[in-house]
Design a protein around this ligand. Structure first.
Ligand SMILES: Cc1ncc(C[n+]2csc(CCOP(=O)(O)OP(=O)(O)O)c2C)c(N)n1
Ligand SMILES: [Mg+2]
Length: 256
């Protein structure tokens, strides 16, 4: 395993054409700027019947903003890890950990609890999707003789698996879309996360709009707590298409 790029490669002495590195760096910077521009123009959410729903990337931005270099951040699979990768612009990053797990979304609550118990001097936050949370909700159970972890779980709740809407079968023009997609891939569940948390004796706050986001994230308190953030699922595919198109234009216009 390489823990860093070998010095020989960093110095560009392996035969890369002149200007290759600079061109890629310029393209990378242009892509990041294009992403920020789309997200800034979109605002933090999308109006819905239930009020302004926070978008996934807007939540990732808020999580990144409250994560300090001395913190640890456990990131769930699926969109959370991808959204964070798109939007995080840290000068000094927190310790970021992600768990590939057996198949991806398993064991994330237990992993985050273990990280919090193992790093008591860091503020530990986990950022994960609703299905990832539900898959390992048993990880909230703490035996009454066991140590208590100080852990904030930020759950991006879009009532299902939104990543699938960005894949081929999530295409609105797919012939089976209407009958099959929601049941097989979207998998809405309607679980009351507040009631689940109450059953485990875990503090729970619900954030429904952009305004409440930063204050809720910034005040984790002692013990395990859940910040449930209602996130828009319906606009996910269109937003990712918009981001991809903007990045393509920006990279083409750069020197690459
Ligand atoms: C143990 C396991 N089961 C199933 C999957 C397939 N899978 C990948 S992403 C995903 C949906 C995750 O949903 P959620 O955590 O709510 O994140 P979202 O896609 O909504 O961002 C599923 C079921 C997996 N990766 N791991
Ligand atoms: Mg989800």
């Amino acid at each position: 395993m390489l823990t860093e790029v070998p010095a020989r490669l960093r110095q560009g002495r392996v035969g890369a054409p002149a200007g290759w590195l600079a061109a890629w760096q310029a393209a990378g910077a242009a892509a990041l700027a294009a992403i920020d521009e789309v997200l800034d123009a979109q605002g933090d959410g999308r109006p819905s019947r239930a009020g302004t729903r926070v978008s996934g990337p807007a939540l990732a931005r808020a999580v990144a903003a409250v994560s300090l270099p001395q913190d640890a951040l456990v990131v769930g699979s699926s969109n959370p890890v991808r959204d964070l990768d798109l939007v995080a612009r840290w000068d000094a990053a927190p310790l970021v950990l992600a768990n590939r797990g057996l198949a991806g979304i398993d064991g994330t609550v237990a992993t985050a609890t273990g990280v919090a118990l193992g790093l008591p001097h860091r503020r530990v936050r986990a950022y994960l999707g609703d299905l990832t949370f539900l898959h390992d909700v048993g990880g909230l159970l703490r035996g009454s003789l066991e140590l208590q972890a100080d852990l904030q779980l930020v759950v991006a709740h879009d009532d299902g698996g939104s990543i699938f809407s960005t894949l081929e079968h999530g295409d609105p023009s797919h012939p089976d879309r209407a009958e099959v997609f929601e049941r097989v891939f979207g998998t809405p569940h309607g679980v009351d996360l507040a009631a689940l948390c109450a059953a485990y004796g875990v503090r729970h706050v619900h954030v429904g709009d952009v305004e409440g986001l930063l204050p809720a994230l910034a005040a984790p308190g002692v013990g395990t707590s859940v910040v449930e953030v209602r996130v828009d699922r319906a606009g996910r595919r269109a937003l990712m298409e918009q981001l991809a198109a903007a990045v393509a234009v920006a990279v083409r216009a750069s020197s690459l």
